[in-house]
Design a protein around this ligand. Structure first.
Ligand code: FES
Length: 574
């Protein structure tokens, strides 16, 4: 009979009527009695969905995990959770990240699971699963789905997202035909996997590895590389051991692990979305992490990887160059790593990385001769963002990092779309584009619209970047001098709501400053006249979300989800 110590024993180790119920239904697919002998029961949390194209190979991946679990003497039980596809889900997958995390948390806690393998790929599937699992805190290992193979179009690499922006700008500027545009669609995404730029999915897969939650190699092996399946199988084996060792997630997701991840994010030129997700995960597991940690820890860290959207290569190249362990070794050699941080394989992060060999220094540049210098995410403060705002210096234009300009203001994304191509729009490249009402409450869900497209009349003159400011997010595959996550957001009455056409705005990234040159008295007058925008919906999950979502600076989690409830077994229903 099952071990009395394990959670699963409280289901499968029971006798009498309840034991019969718990075991008998599971047996309906041919599970023999010996699987209930107390071996670790491993949940495989699967985000497979055809509506999440980046995770479309997860049935196969789950089979490899199962093989590993069985090989190590465990009993695998796969279960689906809400899957969030970045490209199809409206208004934005971010709106549902917290909902999916609730699904994950309750699915784990309510079931006979001793340890869990998280199968994650597309952007939000990683944070939602890790957040949910953190609130339970069982032994947990992460397996990312892996990036797609490189996109190739007419002899050139084309990267997910990144070249979507450039190709659509080329189409708008009349530089390519519609047929060429459609041809490029087919060439960009030609295998299973998630976006193969260093966008949010690749960033979060790197965070999984840097946090120690995944096995070495987790970030970069392409989805269709046999080594991805090996990682899945090894994770299946390892989680069984982790259960036996009682190696809970909270022993891996420590403050040191988050500090390592923040520095790794700077070194890979990772997505700004990681800031929100890591703060949310940290606060679930009980580690205090805030925006200032990002600014402080990222300082002095250089971007080493020459990957789109900041550079030229793609994740497949990163893999062949040696992948994330090379980056971690570089940081470890410069005192920028907590070397003793424990990882899922039971070794320290340094043991996992210290011998990593760089097989292509053009893709992963050495710290002494980096791709870009001092490129940690910068946290801005000022009267326009009392609770902070972000900019990703590695994706910005250096000459715009210190800039003063006249505001061109869009009240919301519809206003932007309506007016951006209006020939009468008074805008030139020295202006600062401001977008309101795209934050967590305002959109709702904090859409990735912060990198507003420039008007064609400016693009046609060969100008590709301007300072843009909003309470929105930006796709990790996007680039530009884009100030994001302004907090408090405009829909919550933040000063962003008070900006008017023609105001002067000053950005000084070096001094971490974002200032609206409007007097306090005038701002007070505008505040008195400000009216809260009407909510988009007044019922259902949207209402719950808008009523309870925290600001971006606090991870945009729902206020009542912060923290954890643990793994105690709920009472039964019979
Ligand atoms: Fe899924 Fe980019 S759309 S990772």
């Amino acid at each position: 009979m099952a071990s009395r110590k394990r959670r699963s024993a409280q289901w499968f180790g029971r006798e009498g009527k309840m034991g019969f119920i718990y075991r008998s239904w599971v047996k309906n697919r041919g599970v023999p009695q010996d699987q209930f002998d107390g071996r670790p029961v491993i949940g495989i949390c699967n985000t497979y969905s055809e509506l999440t194209p980046c995770n479309s190979h997860f049935r196969t991946l789950a089979e490899h995990v199962k093989t590993g679990v069985v090989e190590a003497g465990g009993f695998p039980l796969e279960f689906p959770v809400m899957s969030l596809g970045e490209t199809l889900l409206r208004p934005t997958a971010m709106l549902y990240r917290n909902l999916a995390s609730m699904d994950v948390e309750e699915s784990i806690r309510g079931n006979p699971i001793d340890g869990v393998v998280l199968l994650m790929g597309c952007d939000k599937t990683t944070p939602s699963l890790v957040m949910g699992a953190s609130s339970v805190d069982l032994p947990t290992i992460g397996v990312s789905g892996g990036p797609m193979l490189s996109g190739w179009y007419r002899g050139e690499r084309i990267g997910s997202g990144t070249n979507v922006w450039s190709l659509s700008e080329q189409l708008r500027a009349g530089e390519i035909t519609r047929e060429e545009f459609h041809e490029a669609e087919t060439c960009m995404h030609r295998s299973h996997g998630h976006c193969m730029t260093m966008g949010t999915a690749s960033t979060m897969a790197s965070m999984v590895e840097a946090l120690g939650l995944g096995l070495p190699g987790n970030a970069a092996y392409p989805a269709v590389d046999a080594r991805r399946n090996v990682i899945a199988r090894m994770a299946g084996r390892r989680i069984v051991e982790m259960v036996k060792e009682d190696l809970k997630l909270s022993r891996i997701l420590t403050r040191e692990a988050f500090e390592n991840a923040i520095r790794v994010n700077a070194a890979i030129g990772g997505s700004t979305n990681a800031v929100i997700h890591l703060i949310a995960i940290a606060r679930r597991i009980g580690v205090e992490l805030n925006l200032d940690d990002w600014d402080k820890l990222g300082r002095g860290v250089h971007t080493l990887v020459n990957l789109m959207p900041n550079g030229k290569y793609l994740m497949e190249d990163f893999c062949y160059a040696g992948g994330l362990p090379v980056v971690i070794r570089e940081l470890g050699e410069r005192g920028l790593l907590h070397r003793d941080a424990l990882t899922a394989n039971g070794r320290t992060i340094w043991d996992n990385s210290k011998d990593a060999r760089n097989d292509n220094p053009e893709v992963i540049m050495p710290f002494a001769k980096p791709f870009k210098r001092d490129t940690g995410i910068a946290v801005l403060r000022g009267n326009l963002c009392p609770d902070g705002a972000l900019i990703k210096p590695s994706a910005a234009t250096p000459r715009l990092m210190k800039h003063k300009g006249r505001a061109v203001v869009f009240e919301d994304i519809e206003d932007f779309h309506r007016r951006i191509e209006d020939p009468k729009l008074d805008i030139d490249e020295s202006c600062v584009m401001v977008l309101k009402n795209c934050g967590p409450k305002g959109y709702p869900g904090m859409a990735e619209v912060g990198n507003m497209a420039l008007p064609a009349k400016i693009l046609e003159r060969g100008i590709t970047d301007m300072v843009r400011i909003s309470d929105a997010r930006m796709s990790g595959t996007a680039y530009g001098t884009v100030v994001l996550h302004v907090a408090p957001e405009s829909a919550a009455g933040g000063p962003l709501a008070l900006v008017k056409e023609g105001d002067e705005i000053e950005l000084d990234v070096g001094r971490r400053k974002l200032h609206l040159h409007v007097s306090d008295a005038e701002l007070a007058k505008r505040r008195a006249a400000w009216k809260k925008p009407k909510p988009h919906l007044t019922r259902g999950y949207w209402k719950l979300y808008v009523d309870h979502v925290n600001q971006a600076s606090d991870g945009a989690d729902l206020d009542f989800l912060v923290g954890k409830s643990g793994a105690a077994v709920p009472r039964d229903n019979h």
